[in-house]
Structures are given as structure tokens and as C-alpha cells.
Design a protein around this ligand. Sequence first.
Ligand SMILES: CC(C)(COP(=O)(O)OP(=O)(O)OC[C@H]1O[C@@H](n2cnc3c(N)ncnc32)[C@H](O)[C@@H]1OP(=O)(O)O)[C@@H](O)C(=O)NCCC(=O)NCCS
Length: 169
Amino acid sequence: MAKQEKSLHMTVLMTPDMGNFSGNVHGGSILKLLDQVAYACAARYCRHYVVTLSIDHVMFNKPIKVGELVSFRANINYVGTSSMEVGVKVIAEDLETNTKRHTNSCYITMICVDKDHRPTKAPELEIETEFERQLFEAAKMRRELRQEMARRNAEITAGIADYNTDVNT
Ligand SMILES: CC(C)(COP(=O)(O)OP(=O)(O)OC[C@H]1O[C@@H](n2cnc3c(N)ncnc32)[C@H](O)[C@@H]1OP(=O)(O)O)[C@@H](O)C(=O)NCCC(=O)NCCS
């Protein structure tokens, strides 16, 4: 049986169109690339069309500068029925000083969908190493946290009149 393709690395040069006025890269430019790499990783893993369900909170603890080379290391950490957690580690490389920094990591949930965009089964994840098992267990706990967060958010907003129906709020 063919080995599953669980990881995907994408490297992108940070060009001036991705930057803000101070020469750092826009957070939005990084978010777009995170979504793209998660899409490519999940679609290749499934050999199927996938859509983004959620991107967990992203912290920009360290800025990335225009001119740096940024690597996005994506991995399928967890597969449920239709959902997959893609973990993405972001590494920025200063080409002149030859230094690398881990700037942030984030978790993106992708859903395998059929031609009518309804969730459909993704291939079961074959866990081959102890590290992969640890990634799987941690991702499973994050999935429970997301579900809990969705429940809590629904409770929080439930009492606010028109919050869920009025498009102007
Ligand atoms: C993604 C989408 C197809 C899911 O549809 P849905 O009716 O919510 O599907 P389900 O309720 O069957 O959930 C699908 C999976 O997501 C998981 N899920 C849904 N909400 C979740 C939450 N808050 N936390 C964690 N997992 C969640 C479910 O557990 C399920 O996983 P599983 O199949 O592995 O068990 C639908 O929400 C959609 O089309 N969203 C828009 C996607 C898109 O366009 N993205 C780009 C934005 S511009």
C-alpha cells in the first residue's frame, strides 16, 4: 500500500507587496499562506477537495521582515471522519545573516467535502511513530477544546438580542 502523504513544506520569499509601512510582513499575508499550505497538505493527503472550517488563534509573537524566506511546515496531525487538523510551523530565515527563527505555529481544521460541498470521509490516518501518536492525541484534545469553545460562545451570545440574526451587528 502507498505511504500516506502527511506532510507538506512550502517556502515563500516575503516580497514588498506583502509588507506594511514598517517593512514587516502583514499578518493577513501570513494568514493567507497558512490557509494555502493547509489546503495543499490536506487536499494532497485526501486526494480530494477540502475546505477550511477554522483557523485556531494565531499569535504573532515575532515579526517577519520583507526580504526573509519563510517556510511553512504543514502536517496532518489528526483525522476524524471528515475533519483533519493540519499543524503548521512557521520558520523565518534571514538570508543575509543565515539565521532562522520559529515565528509561530497554528492549527487549521480542514474538511473533506464531496461535489455538493457536504462533509465526506477522509482517509483514516495511519499512525506509524510514537511522535505521530503524540501529535494525534494532542490534536484530539484541541478538537474537544474547539467544540467546548463553540458551545461556550453560543451560550455567551445567546442572551444578546439579535446578535445571531441581525446582519448589522
Ligand atoms: C465545512 C462545512 C462543510 C462543515 O459542514 P457542517 O454541516 O458543519 O459539518 P458537520 O457538522 O458534519 O461537521 C464536519 C466536521 O467538522 C467538525 N466540527 C464542526 N464544528 C466544529 C467545532 N466547532 N470544533 C471542532 N470540530 C468541529 C465535526 O466534528 C465534523 O468532524 P468529523 O467529521 O471528523 O467528525 C461547512 O461548515 C462549510 O461549508 N463551511 C464553509 C467552508 C468554507 O467555505 N471555508 C472558507 C471560508 S471563506
